[in-house]
Design a protein around this ligand. Structure first.
Ligand code: ASP
Length: 315
């Protein structure tokens, strides 16, 4: 049966406008309907029907927990509809990797949820948004696609590995350790290693019952960096302010400035959950055992923060 595709709009540069051809623009100005209208072939690529919903209209640098909750709720509603084959989310590039990771942690993985974006506004002389959106719709209606994916400039990335690696160029995303999961080329999806996303990359929504879907409070989890000249003052201040979790962007192989480490010990002893991620964009730190804290399971600090928030929410 030909299934329908849902497009959920959240804003971003893909919906941005400025003077025609100008580099100066404001993100999140156009309605999602306007982005879709006029893209040749999009309606056919979407399958039986195309449903468009405006979840938010924000610059994704300002992404917040309320929009995340609404987005996750709308995804859940549509994924539960047997007539829906897949979802596309239009999003800003700045925090797309965070939203992708949140949804990966929350949603069932049996249907594709494809996030897409643009580096240039809709009013650019040569905008990248229309092609990205068309590619994302094609991917969302591909029979082998599943789980949360990011599709930009013809590459398909998994939620765990994807990150924004360049502030300017069109090809702004990379899956640094594993490489992309595939590509959309000439309207066709080609999987890397000739294989579609596996169960490992498209996880089975272990957190389906998370309070994110109701009205549970988002616990305060902050990120600190270990760096030259570091001390623990910021950590002590956060603990005094009631922080529930701290993620550290540690140096190298999860190493900590000794002054920061002392403050983290005080925090952990006071009941704050501490996770150690690495500042290194590539590779994975050795597992941490027998400590007051755990490693971040190879996640970047921003993604580790999301996982820790969900863990604390579910506890
Ligand atoms: N600041 C914009 C956003 O993240 C950047 C972009 O979309 O490229 O919404």
């Amino acid at each position: 049966m030909n299934k329908k595709t849902v497009i959920l709009g959240t804003g971003g540069t893909i919906a941005g406008t400025g003077a025609a051809g100008s580099h100066t623009y404001t993100a999140a100005q156009l309605a999602t309907e306007d982005l879709v209208r006029g893209i040749p072939g999009l309606a056919q690529a979407a399958g039986a029907d195309l449903v468009i919903e405006e979840v938010a209209r924000i610059d994704s640098k300002d992404m917040n927990h309320a929009v995340w909750r609404r987005l996750a709720q709308r995804c859940m509603v549509h994924l539960a509809d047997p007539r829906v084959g897949g979802i596309v989310i239009t999003h800003g590039t700045d925090t797309i990797e965070e939203t992708a990771w949140l949804l990966h942690e929350l949603l069932p993985a049996d249907k594709p949820v494809v996030l897409t974006c643009a580096m240039r506004p809709a009013t650019a002389l040569v905008p990248d948004g229309p092609q990205n959106l068309l590619d994302a719709v094609r991917l969302a209606s591909h029979p082998q696609a599943r789980g949360v994916l990011v599709c930009a400039l013809g590459s398909i990335h998994g939620a765990r590995d994807v990150s924004k690696v360049h502030p300017q160029r069109l090809n702004a995303f990379a899956s640094l350790d594993g490489g992309p999961l595939g590509w959309v080329e000439g309207g066709q999806v080609r999987w890397a290693h000739a294989a579609p996303p596996s169960a490992a990359t498209a996880r089975q929504g272990a957190l389906l019952q998370a309070p994110v879907f109701t009205d549970g409070a988002w616990p305060r989890v902050e990120i600190v960096m270990s760096h030259a000249g570091c001390d623990g003052a910021l950590v002590d201040w956060m603990v005094a302010g009631g922080v529930r979790g701290i993620v550290v962007g540690a140096t190298g192989n999860a190493t900590l400035h000794h002054e920061l480490e002392a403050a983290l010990r005080r925090a952990a002893q006071a009941g704050v959950a501490v996770r150690i991620a690495s500042r290194c964009p590539l590779g994975r730190t050795a597992a941490i055992t027998g400590e007051l804290w755990r490693d971040a399971d190879g996640l970047s600090p921003v993604k580790a923060r999301i996982s820790l928030m969900l863990e604390l929410m579910a506890a």
